[in-house]
Design a protein around this ligand. Structure first.
Ligand code: VGL
Ligand code: ZN
Length: 198
C-alpha cells in the first residue's frame, strides 16, 4: 500500500476574499501543511482557466453567476470568473506549502469543458493524466483535502473510487460552496461510490 495526499485547489480565488470565495477556505491551509509530513507523495491541483472560459457566467449572454446551462456534456453551473491562468487569484494560497509537492496538476484549461475532477474533465471521458501518474508510482491509497468539498473534492473523490483507488476525504480539511443542498448531495454520492468520509 502506497499513499498520496491530494490537495485540491487551495488557491486565492477559493479563499474568502477571492472571486469564488469559499467560507473559511483559508482556515484549512496550515493543517494541510501539517498533514503533508505524514505522506510520501503530495500532489496539488490547480484550477487553471483561460479568459472567456465556458464555465464563466460572463461568457454567456443573459446568464448570471450560479445559473446553470445545459452543455453538450451535461449541466454546468456558471461561475464568477475565477482562477484565470497567470492571475493572482489562480495562485496557491500564499501560506500553502508548495515545496512539498511532487506534482502539480492543472485542470480546466480546455475552453469548452470545465474540469472539477483531478482525473477527468466534466465530460467524464477526457483524462488529466493523474491516474497514470499515480499508477506508475504504485500509489493505491489517496487522502483528499481542499476546496471545494461539494465540487472539485467531490468529483475527484468519486472518480478516484471508480478507478479503483482507496479514497478517504478529510472533511475537516475541506470547505464547501453549498449551493442548494450540493454539500449533502456530494456527501451521499461520495459514500455511495465507496469513499470514506472522515
Ligand atoms: C471549483 C467551481 C469552479 C472547485 C472549481 O475547486 O471546487 N468549483 N471551479
Ligand atoms: Zn473552475
Amino acid at each position: 500500500m502506497s499513499q498520496a495526499l491530494i490537495v485540491i485547489d487551495v488557491q486565492n480565488d477559493f479563499c474568502p476574499s477571492g472571486a469564488l470565495g469559499v467560507p473559511e477556505g483559508d482556515q484549512i491551509v496550515q493543517p494541510i501543511n501539517d498533514l503533508m509530513t505524514d505522506f510520501g507523495a503530495v500532489i496539488l491541483t490547480q484550477d487553471w482557466h483561460p479568459k472567456g472560459h465556458s464555465s464563466f457566467a460572463s461568457t454567456h449572454a443573459d446568464k448570471a453567476p450560479f445559473d446553470t446551462l445545459d452543455m453538450i456534456y451535461g449541466m454546468q453551473v456558471l461561475w464568477p470568473d475565477h482562477c484565470i491562468q497567470g492571475s493572482e487569484g489562480a495562485q496557491f494560497h500564499p501560506a500553502l506549502n508548495t515545496e512539498r509537492a511532487d506534482m502539480i496538476v492543472r485542470k480546466g484549461f480546455n475552453p469548452a469543458i470545465d474540469s472539477y475532477s483531478a482525473f477527468f474533465e466534466n465530460d467524464h471521458a477526457t483524462p488529466t493524466g493523474l491516474e497514470g501518474y499515480l499508477r506508475t508510482r504504485g500509489i493505491t491509497d489517496l487522502t483528499l483535502v481542499g476546496l471545494a468539498t461539494d465540487f472539485c473534492v467531490n468529483f475527484s473523490a468519486v472518480d478516484a473510487a471508480n478507478l479503483g483507488f482507496h479514497v478517504r476525504v478529510r472533511e475537516d480539511l475541506c470547505r464547501a460552496i453549498d449551493l442548494e443542498g450540493s454539500l449533502a448531495a456530494a456527501q451521499e454520492g461520495m459514500r455511495a461510490a465507496g469513499v470514506i468520509l472522515e
